[in-house]
Design a protein around this ligand. Structure first.
Ligand SMILES: [Zn+2]
Length: 170
């Protein structure tokens, strides 16, 4: 039987110093790897106990992940648990090395991965990076829905100039 995962408050308590060292705010639920904070949607202010702050972290779509997976002998205790968004959870390496995991976590960057994803979709239209100068302002990003919205003029342009419109996303 799988061990019951520790409570979020116990994980926060264990990692408190690390979080503060890495400029996290204990009232702002954020992925510990890519630092996606959902634009502050789950932030709490004026909390007094970690128990109170933890309630906000529980509301955010964060997963209590094993650093060293159970299958590699990782224990299910706060020191081996890390709070990650779904994307980072899916990407996280299966490693028995805590150091390797921490290096991976510290090198994740929400903005960078968005830019990479954006450029993949952008080039799927047959557009070049240099076209961004002309069209970039016609594209907005809905971080919550993880979707791109194109201005009407730009949709018309794509309809006329690409074979892959309408773009349905991945
Ligand atoms: Zn993340």
């Amino acid at each position: 039987m799988k061990a019951v995962r520790p409570r979020v408050v116990d994980i926060l308590t264990h990692w408190k110093d690390w979080l503060l060292d890495h400029s996290f705010d204990l009232g702002w639920p954020t992925c510990w790897a890519c630092r996606n904070g959902w634009n502050g949607k789950y932030d709490v202010f004026g909390w007094t106990t970690l128990e109170e702050a933890a309630k906000a972290w529980e509301k955010a779509p964060l997963i209590r992940c094993h650093i060293v997976p159970e299958s590699l002998g990782g224990p299910t205790n706060p020191s081996n648990m890390f709070l990650l968004c779904q994307d980072c959870h899916d990407r996280a390496p299966d490693t028995s090395s805590v150091d390797a995991f921490m290096k991976w976590a510290e090198s994740q960057d929400y903005n960078k991965s968005w830019k990479e994803e954006f450029m993949r979709e952008w080039t799927a239209f047959g557009l070049a990076e240099s076209d961004l100068v002309e069209f970039g302002k016609l594209v907005t990003l809905d971080e919550e829905k993880r979707a791109f919205t194109f201005a009407e003029d730009f949709e018309r342009y794509l309809e006329n100039n690409t074979t892959q419109w309408p773009f349905t996303g991945s």
